[in-house]
Design a protein around this ligand. Structure first.
Ligand SMILES: *[C@@H]1O[C@H](CO)[C@@H](O)[C@H](O)[C@H]1NC(C)=O
Ligand SMILES: *[C@@H]1O[C@H](CO)[C@@H](O)[C@H](O)[C@H]1NC(C)=O
Ligand SMILES: *[C@@H]1O[C@H](CO)[C@@H](O)[C@H](O)[C@H]1NC(C)=O
Ligand SMILES: *[C@@H]1O[C@H](CO)[C@@H](O)[C@H](O)[C@H]1NC(C)=O
Ligand SMILES: *[C@@H]1O[C@H](CO)[C@@H](O)[C@H](O)[C@H]1NC(C)=O
Length: 412
């Protein structure tokens, strides 16, 4: 029976090894959803329409999430190059007590394996164990060609805010050359913030870990009864709303939402502000003796099927520069050079370890998406966002890690 025991230990060891890549999960209780992003690297050349069907999302939302001009000719058939890194917008739900997205299905093709689907096609955003579990696959070596697999994808909402400012969260798969420093620099955030969001005790990360990265967003102030109430536009993206009639982005000079008629606007209700000749997005400035007389015609949501606009006069000390929509890019045909290599510069921010803010989330082995059981009393309960969260009992993690270490000599 000695052999049997060793086999058992070996299997246990394998199980533990496969659970060592970590993923940040957010426990949840409400049924609300939020918009979130996935950081994804194309495994092969894909048309815009193919990439959007891989994640079952609207091609327009894929393009706008990446600041790509949707009025570019024949943009849906444009071929995006292999290795291109893009943000994929997905809806984040609350399922079995944790945040995740389960609206993506994948149709099995010949020569697919669970690990090729997980690691290559979905770029490590899902693991083969998660695929197996989510689809009750009994024998991973026998996949039915044509069968649809649910692809559970990681996401977090954290109440749409980070340190009290509007934010959207992106799930990011750590790459071999990454350090937490260069990830923070790349996404214009601090090491402290990343560590808090991901409930990390140290800056150590490994390839394959999945981090939640806060992307600052600009928030709309549309009235509650507008169809697009609560619209949040993350930095580096724009949004198309009001039945494809209006596009909104952050103003280039500030973090306020700036909306104007969309480039593809066809049959839209009037976008002119009442009792003025200003169109949505127009701003007039007039220098007067008392300051600068600024009048803007702003978008106020879609209410009862019509585009609501507000004419806002204001007197400002100085005349602002002309308001314009941030530049949109043509769909990429080559992979930008800098994204092939991890950027070298480290951010100016230093982690001092004395911040004292509570971590928002649990970091757990990514296999199985199991939420951490039991609170460990870390949460100081300062913000409501923190109270949604149950940090992983540190002791358990330590024991598991210790266990892996002890097992290695046995298994070898
Ligand atoms: C938004 O992104 C731009 C680059 O696309 C960057 O220069 C800027 O610092 C970012 N702003 C914030 C608040 O992250
Ligand atoms: C008003 O906005 C429309 C649509 O964006 C634009 O075509 C027009 O040039 C703007 N007019 C002024 C005076 O800014
Ligand atoms: C500011 O400009 C608007 C329109 O251009 C005008 O109706 C209003 O009288 C002006 N207000 C002042 C204080 O000049
Ligand atoms: C929208 O329609 C509802 C009834 O359908 C009405 O009560 C409400 O006043 C309308 N709102 C606006 C802004 O027209
Ligand atoms: C979520 O954030 C909003 C402000 O953005 C705040 O008013 C609300 O209390 C927060 N809710 C939770 C549960 O954190």
């Amino acid at each position: 029976m000695q052999n049997k025991n060793i086999l058992l230990l070996f299997l246990l060891f394998k199980l533990l090894i496969t659970t060592t890549s970590k993923s940040t999960i957010e426990p949840c209780t409400t049924s609300d959803t939020c918009n979130s992003l996935l950081g994804y690297t194309l495994y092969t050349d894909l048309k815009v329409s193919e990439l959007s069907s891989l994640f079952q999302i609207d091609p327009i939302s894929l393009l706008t999430a990446n600041s790509i001009d949707i009025s570019y000719p024949d943009v849906e058939h444009h071929i995006l190059p292999s290795k291109l890194y893009l943000k994929i917008p997905i809806q984040c739900s609350c399922i079995d007590g944790i945040r995740k997205s389960v609206s993506t299905n994948y149709k099995i093709r010949p020569s697919d394996t669970l690990s090729s689907i997980a690691d290559s096609i979905y770029g490590g955003l899902v693991s083969s164990d998660q695929l197996r579990e989510a689809n009750s696959v009994t024998d991973p070596n026998v996949l039915d060609v044509g069968q649809n697999l649910v692809v559970p994808l990681p996401c977090t909402c954290f109440n749409g805010s980070d340190n009290g400012l509007p934010a959207i969260y992106m799930s990011y798969v750590v790459q071999p050359l990454d350090s937490l420093n260069n990830i923070a620099a790349r996404y214009f955030t601090t090491l402290t913030d990343l560590m808090n969001v991901n409930a990390m005790g140290t800056t150590g990360i490994s390839a394959g870990d999945i981090l939640a990265i806060p992307i600052p967003a600009c928030a709309s102030k549309f009235p509650k009864d507008s169809a697009d109430f609560g619209l949040l536009v993350p930095n580096g993206s724009y949004a198309i709303t009001a039945g494809h009639c209006v596009q909104c982005s952050r103003g280039p000079r500030n973090l306020n939402l700036y909306c104007m008629p969309a480039s593809l606007a066809v049959s839209c209700s009037s976008m002119q502000c009442k009792s003025s000749n200003l169109m949505l997005g127009n701003v007039t400035v007039q220098q007067t003796s008392g300051g600068c007389n600024v009048t803007s015609c702003t978008y106020d949501g879609i209410v009862n099927g019509t585009i609501a606009t507000t004419l806002t006069p204001s007197l400002q000390p100085r005349c602002p520069g002309s308001q314009e929509f941030p530049p949109l890019i043509a769909p990429p045909t080559v992979v930008p050079r800098e994204s092939l290599f991890a950027p070298a510069p480290s951010p100016s921010s230093l982690f001092d370890g004395t911040d004292g803010r509570s971590p928002k989330s649990s970091v757990v082995p990514s296999t199985g998406f199991t939420p951490a059981l039991g609170p460990s009393g870390i949460s100081s309960g300062a913000s409501a966002a923190c109270s949604l969260v149950k940090p992983l009992p540190t002791l358990t993690l330590t024991l598991v890690l210790l266990f892996v270490k002890l097992m290695i000599p046995v298994a070898l």
